[in-house]
Design a protein around this ligand. Sequence first.
Ligand SMILES: *[C@@H]1O[C@H](CO)[C@@H](O)[C@H](O)[C@H]1NC(C)=O
Ligand SMILES: *[C@@H]1O[C@H](CO)[C@@H](O)[C@H](O)[C@H]1NC(C)=O
Ligand SMILES: *[C@@H]1O[C@H](CO)[C@@H](O)[C@H](O)[C@H]1NC(C)=O
Ligand SMILES: *[C@@H]1O[C@H](CO)[C@@H](O)[C@H](O)[C@H]1NC(C)=O
Ligand SMILES: *[C@@H]1O[C@H](CO)[C@@H](O)[C@H](O)[C@H]1NC(C)=O
Length: 498
Amino acid sequence: MLLNPLLTATLVLPLLSLAKQHPLPLSTDYASSFEAAQENAPHIFNALHSSMRQWGSSLKHNGLSFFPASIPADTYLYHGTHDNKPETGMEWLAFEIEHAEAFARAWGPPPKRPGKPPPGDGPRRNELRDEERIANHFGPPENSGKPGYLHIYQTTRKLSKILYIDGMSAGKTKLGTLDSTDMVLRNKTGNDPPWGEYERAEELCELGTKWDIEGFIRLEAGFELILCNFTNGLEFKSARRRPKQDPNQFEYMRAVAARYQGITAGRVEVDYSSMVSAFFYPINLTNPNPKRAELPRLVSSEVGGVRHIQEDLEIVLESSQRFSNERIDWQGVVDMIVTRYSDRLQYMVLETTTQEEIQATVSTLLSLYVDFDDPKIPLANTICTYHYLNSTQPTTSADHLIHSAIATVSEKICSTLFEVRRLIEEESPAVETAKLEMKDLIAYLDWSTWLECGKCAYDEVCYVAVWPWGTIEDHFHPSCKNSSLDFGRDRQSYWGSY
Ligand SMILES: *[C@@H]1O[C@H](CO)[C@@H](O)[C@H](O)[C@H]1NC(C)=O
Ligand SMILES: *[C@@H]1O[C@H](CO)[C@@H](O)[C@H](O)[C@H]1NC(C)=O
Ligand SMILES: *[C@@H]1O[C@H](CO)[C@@H](O)[C@H](O)[C@H]1NC(C)=O
Ligand SMILES: *[C@@H]1O[C@H](CO)[C@@H](O)[C@H](O)[C@H]1NC(C)=O
Ligand SMILES: *[C@@H]1O[C@H](CO)[C@@H](O)[C@H](O)[C@H]1NC(C)=O
């Protein structure tokens, strides 16, 4: 459904620019399209809003988008392990100290699991990595290790060939957090066991060799980097022995919460103009679990569609503008829209909000777009729709698709509010109808801002389910919690649920 002529006007551009980027013949059945971008507009909008933010990425944990990214020179990155020898090959790095501290232990033999061989020299490392993670996050006390070392590394140059996999992409779950990695990057079915982290990372780095990617940014309780070659672009600074006592998990959660709104200090720069998202494609993103319809998945997608995403991603990485300054700060555009409407929409639908209050708020929001000498609402609606978009100059295929998605969302906001304005200014104002219209809009937008806790007390953190922690309640109703919180098994029920 096309919403207005301006949306149609941009329709032909991306296909042309994609054709220009792509010399090879591609089956067009599953090619990215404006129709798909408009259909999935709120998902695209929210993916941009949540990009490199722990908050929205925890709630909308099935990310289906990829972004080329870079990490500036001189950035500190942290690594926790059992010994003090500098890493040389592929390994994990955390952006937060507390995250790496959790791994800075000497692990005992992994707990026996049926069908698993005892750890030997070869696969041992492989298993240790998984067991480390299990032990670290899910660990029964007997599995707790002796203190290890916290390594600090510093980038010696800009790591400019990084691929950011959005959502809770390091969450080892069957909910769909691994769909984009395992299905698009690893050719898996999406129904494989979520573990096998070492193998996953090795395969990603093999692909990296082909696609010219030096590392992968993912998210769990904290952002992390799988870096494919520690001796290239990284300097080992120190490795210091950890104390006897285990790191404090409440303080780890505090560190996680400190990145809800972003990674800070420009430590990761994202090339939004080279976004490759499953939401751009005419494929079936329905979650086969009807209880989680709000979470998109790739498991119902047509194989040809997934292939198409894969091929486009390869092309984008080859020809991406990841080194140019011309990319558009799409997250900034989305932020401008969210900050203007987010609180006000919720305010207007409160039971206690009166007709006069809605009128005043809507007037604040819309009067800019109306010429009161000649109030033409369709024109005002168009001006409203493009207000935050007209400062952008789309160039890449992704730019055009994103532009179209944001315009779709923006048009929905503007047209709903103009309708509310009409309802509220009628002779007998239809306040309840107006509120229902806005509630529909709120459901359509599904912004993660509406689940924020607000400022918690100093002895509390705003607690949302972040893999591997969180109950079902924590996911659907995040709230401020103090350090009496139990971080044991009971706090992990969400991710193994459904
Ligand atoms: C996935 O499949 C494609 C097409 O068959 C192939 O080119 C690619 O190398 C495969 N990737 C991996 C990681 O196996
Ligand atoms: C890692 O990078 C170093 C320095 O550029 C290089 O000598 C080495 O061959 C690389 N290792 C691998 C496995 O590519
Ligand atoms: C999309 O996938 C869902 C879940 O697997 C399935 O029920 C539905 O029929 C599919 N839709 C189409 C159009 O194939
Ligand atoms: C915004 O962009 C649209 C579509 O490109 C254009 O038609 C319109 O005139 C612009 N509006 C303003 C206020 O600049
Ligand atoms: C922490 O929160 C719990 C549950 O709200 C409360 O019962 C307890 O008194 C609080 N503890 C501290 C130390 O404030």
